[in-house]
Design a protein around this ligand. Sequence first.
Ligand SMILES: NC(=O)c1ccc[n+]([C@@H]2O[C@H](COP(=O)([O-])OP(=O)(O)OC[C@H]3O[C@@H](n4cnc5c(N)ncnc54)[C@H](OP(=O)(O)O)[C@@H]3O)[C@@H](O)[C@H]2O)c1
Length: 302
Amino acid sequence: MKAIQFYEYGDAQTMHLVDIPSPAIGPTEILIRVRASGVNPSDWKRRQGVYQAYEKLTFPAGVGVEASGVVEAVGENLSNSWIGKSVFGFGRNTAAELAVLTHWAELPSNVSFEMAACTPVVFETASRSLAYLGMQADETLFVSGASGGVGSAVVQLARAQGVNVVGSCSHKNSDYLRALGAMPVTYGDGLNIRIRRVIEKTIDAVLHVAGVGIIPELIELVGDPYKVVSVTDFGATQYGARFCKGPPENPSQTLSALAEMLACHKLKMPIEKKFPLADIAKAHQLSEKGHVTGKIILTIEK
Ligand SMILES: NC(=O)c1ccc[n+]([C@@H]2O[C@H](COP(=O)([O-])OP(=O)(O)OC[C@H]3O[C@@H](n4cnc5c(N)ncnc54)[C@H](OP(=O)(O)O)[C@@H]3O)[C@@H](O)[C@H]2O)c1
């Protein structure tokens, strides 16, 4: 089967489409024929070696942690009734024709493979971060970097919980954020002044999803470092802010909740661009630029 692999830490060109044997599955895992696989910043950070201090890779290494597809085989502790079902979820080396899922849910009949493949990571991160912040209805959240994958999911989940959301984005995404239910402000110098112009209410908490070197400014906005949580800047803790780190908590429960929300169209995720597996370098390069609206996915023909 065809899969993406890389042989050393490095740039997008280190990845190659190769022919390798089908992966082995553990007793509680499934093997799927992949139809779509989500692209996340963690894919290229892992490939660049950003995580190597605490996550050593064995080379050749695969790429991708989320996918949708059709079940081909099941581990020895699972029922054969899963075989042939359409599913989506978390897995390993999902940028491939065949991949192992460790946690999954059945794909609702009215949800596409593409939509399902790009939502597990961002939805799980969004729900985990909101729980971490302990947001309550009628409180106000500022999301720094609200128009990307995680930001879009956070805005929608927070609004569904009755939380007011102000979110930063570039000018081109202001209408997009407004349509999701957030009050948009552009990021950059003078951010806190612009936030004050759109909302007089106290900002109760901040979720830092994007924006470099702005943790002190975000702390100033809420007046308490504990109320600032970053999912992207490990250095946030040096200012007393908190870092909310994966791996996913309760992944199976999260996927069931996500399946329900997708089936009822309660969660939308625009797909900015689709790439065939062979063009993964282009997909990663686009993600690395840091201005994706919604998500990027890899698709694999049946
Ligand atoms: N800790 C965890 O558990 C966890 C889990 C998942 C992801 N993450 C991390 O979360 C981060 C975001 O992931 P993602 O999937 O949402 O990425 P993404 O889809 O690539 O989103 C990037 C977004 O950042 C915005 N942005 C760029 N520069 C900005 C700035 N200076 N200020 C504010 N916003 C800015 C962009 O908005 P414009 O297009 O409008 O410029 C874009 O919408 C990544 O660092 C990822 O590694 C962490």
